[in-house]
Design a protein around this ligand. Structure first.
Ligand SMILES: C[S@@+](CC[C@H](N)C(=O)[O-])C[C@H]1O[C@@H](n2cnc3c(N)ncnc32)[C@H](O)[C@@H]1O
Length: 315
């Protein structure tokens, strides 16, 4: 076992890692009749051991098993799933295919490393105080993080995929599910982009928004990226990006309880990635109600299409 924490596993000391390490240790030693207390260094060593195991198993290794998928697409890497003890798990209804690691919500690490960033960092920069400390939830490989750092902001980047975070430069990184995050810190700005607020599971959405509230400094703001109005209805559609790939939203099929299974394809000259995910369409009223139930309110719709929103604490 490699006892040093590889650079690629940037696990910060917070409660979540403790929980995961505890579960991992239980899986190794069986159920113990005593409470397991794990220090952060031990926690990191356990995570490092798993990373080491992954590394040894090669790019398509299955040293750890993933649940909730039959492996038909054959592109899964051991590090791509969520932890459940020594197992890794995809989020239900989420799937990705294509080269490289896939995150629990079906995103491809290699794809996000290639995608260009648009005008979003400027929209954010114009809506928050200069030099603010931004808590970025669901940072991926840091497309937005890096652009925000270039604009003079400080960023703490959170993602549950260590393989995504491995590619983030110049920011503190925190690895774990957003809905469980509790850093005991407050931020001027909390960023919840990439339509995460449309999580299929309403309880997850509440968890995401509660995390935003829990980490918001007094007078601070939460910046949220919502889906456009016709996101689920103008389907199929495609857009050819000037940088040389085609994005297709192939389908959005109801799977019950007001949730759609959306399938997207990204076609590059040398590779194709697909992403299937659960998304709950929210009208403006439903979105505002979702904010209200977690103690937030809309301060301003920042773009004419209503996609970018600045929210603040309600009372
Ligand atoms: C669509 S990608 C976008 C990444 C980045 N915001 C960007 O625009 O490049 C979504 C990212 O959020 C992460 N993510 C999604 N749901 C999450 C959750 N509940 N907790 C932690 N990370 C999550 C995924 O691992 C993935 O890296």
């Amino acid at each position: 076992m490699n006892a040093t924490v590889p650079k690629s596993v940037q696990i910060s000391p917070h409660r979540l890692s403790q929980k995961r390490a505890r579960r991992a240790l239980r899986a190794v030693v069986g159920s113990l009749p005593v409470r397991i207390a794990i220090s952060t260094p031990v926690c990191n060593v356990l995570l490092a051991a798993v990373a080491d195991q992954q590394e040894r198993s090669g790019p398509h290794g299955t040293a750890l098993t993933r649940t909730g998928d039959d492996g038909r697409h054959g592109n899964w890497r051991a590090g791509a799933g969520r932890w459940t003890g020594m197992e890794l798990k995809m989020r239900e209804g989420y799937e990705g295919t294509g080269p490289g690691a896939i995150t629990p919500d079906g995103c491809a690490v290699e794809l996000y490393s290639r995608l260009p960033i648009g005008e979003e960092p400027d929209i954010i920069a114009a809506a928050v105080p200069r030099g603010a400390h931004i808590l970025e939830l669901g940072s991926g490989v840091g497309r937005m993080t890096h652009a925000l750092l270039e604009r003079g902001f400080t960023v703490t980047a959170v993602d549950e995929s260590p393989e995504m975070l491995e590619r983030v430069r110049g920011a503190r990184t925190i690895c774990g599910p957003i809905e469980e995050l509790d850093l005991g810190e407050k931020f001027d700005v909390v960023l919840l982009a990439s339509f995460l607020v449309h999580a299929g599971d309403a309880e997850i959405r509440r968890g995401l928004l509660r995390t935003c509230v829990r980490h918001l400094a007094e007078g601070g703001s939460v910046l949220i990226q919502r889906e456009g109005e016709d996101y689920h209805t103008n389907v199929p559609r495609e857009r050819v990006d000037p940088s040389g790939f085609t994005l297709r939203i192939v389908s959005a099929e109801p799977v019950g309880d007001g949730v759609n299974s959306v399938r997207a394809e990204y076609e590059f000259p040398d590779a194709v990635w697909t992403h299937t995910f659960r998304a709950r369409p929210l009208t403006k009223e439903q979105f505002e109600e979702a904010l209200r139930e977690t103690g937030l309110r809309v301060d301003e719709y920042l773009t004419d299409d209503g996609i970018w929103v600045r929210a603040v604490q309600a009372a």
